[in-house]
Design a protein around this ligand. Structure first.
Ligand SMILES: Cc1ncc(COP(=O)(O)O)c(C=O)c1O
Length: 316
């Protein structure tokens, strides 16, 4: 393969069948190792889609600075794609994320600002919750400075559009019916985009969203706005997705189950993925057992394990 730019390597990740972690008498489970994207996560797909869309609309011009609120992967992807396309990039992160996430962004040439973590946000909390304070900061910067473009991954329709393409890749690569798709929900773009593409072709495909068992505002009990937050920093894709009725259900996965399965994916399947990948595969394997042979369950492995290695609890 010969390419003219590293950006051409975004997307078109393979579809890999799991062999060891699936129980006997189960459906087949297929995963897309999204950590094979150049900056190590599925967020490369949305970074390039959101930037190109903003350029076409005249919202992002040469000399502008791209800003975003991120717990890591979107910040990394925007740092990678943004600097490649000649922009300055500044990322606002909640405190407490691993050091290597910050170092990866800085290596690409971005500036990273850490903001105090919102109270009550310890443990594994949905990204959409933990990012609220950093989004408020981005809104403030955008409204008081010129030549700034805030990517707004949580409500940018280009995010969902990028993952409609992920869904179409799955359909083409599998070449058989997709019976169920499972994905953890951060800002919701992956699940909503893939679900839209799959439902166009397979109207009865089961769509299952996952959230951390420790989520403060569980989507499994319905969408609730984080109290006191305005439309400009809350809702967006998640709210649209929840109200659209496209999901069959949202289920909780514990940290322990997610970590244990991510360890198994590395050791038994050779897939060097992060923790939400473990959550996705854990639930995909469970659903595969329920559906039984002759069915196909698909999920994504959102990111690379390199960004978790300094955390003892993630490295057995
Ligand atoms: C590691 C990881 N897994 C899963 C997700 C969920 O993706 P999305 O934001 O598209 O819902 C994200 C993003 O927030 C993520 O960083």
């Amino acid at each position: 393969m010969k390419v003219n730019s590293i950006l051409e390597l975004i997307g078109n990740t393979p579809l890999v069948k799991l062999n060891k972690v699936v129980e006997p008498d189960s459906a087949d489970v297929h995963v897309k190792p999204e950590y094979l994207n150049p900056s190590g996560s599925l967020k490369d797909r949305i970074a390039v889609e959101m930037i190109r869309d903003a350029e076409e609309k005249g919202l992002l011009k040469p000399g502008y600075t791209i800003i975003e609120a991120s717990t890591g992967n979107t910040g990394t992807a925007l740092s990678f794609v943004g600097t490649q396309l000649g922009y300055d990039v500044e990322i606002y992160m909640p405190e407490g994320m691993t050091r290597e996430r910050i170092r990866i962004m800085e290596n690409y040439g971005a500036k990273v600002h850490e903001l105090p973590l919102a109270s009550g946000s310890e443990g594994s909390i949905a990204g959409a919750e933990v990012e609220i304070d950093t989004r408020i900061k981005c809104l403030e910067i955008e409204s008081t400075n010129d030549n700034i473009w805030w990517a707004r991954q949580f409500s940018n329709p280009a995010n969902t559009r990028a993952h409609v393409k992920t869904g179409r890749e799955i359909i083409d690569q599998l070449g058989e019916k997709v019976d169920a798709f499972v994905a953890s929900i951060g800002v919701g773009g992956t699940l909503y985009g893939v679900a839209k593409a799959l439902r166009e072709v397979y109207s009865d495909v089961k769509i299952i969203g996952l959230e951390p068992a420790s989520a403060n505002y569980p989507l499994s009990e319905g969408f609730t706005r984080v109290p006191g937050t305005a439309d400009e920093v809350c809702g967006g894709i998640i709210e649209d997705m929840m109200l659209s009725g496209i999901l069959d259900k949202v289920v909780k996965v514990s940290n322990e189950d997610a970590i244990a399965m991510s360890d198994r994916l590395v050791k038994e399947e050779g897939l060097f993925c992060g923790i939400s990948s473990g959550a996705n595969a854990y639930m995909a394997v469970k659903i595969a057992k329920e559906l039984g042979p002759g069915n196909n369950v698909v999920t994504v492995l959102p990111d690379h394990r390199d960004r978790y290695l300094s955390e003892k609890k993630y490295t057995t």
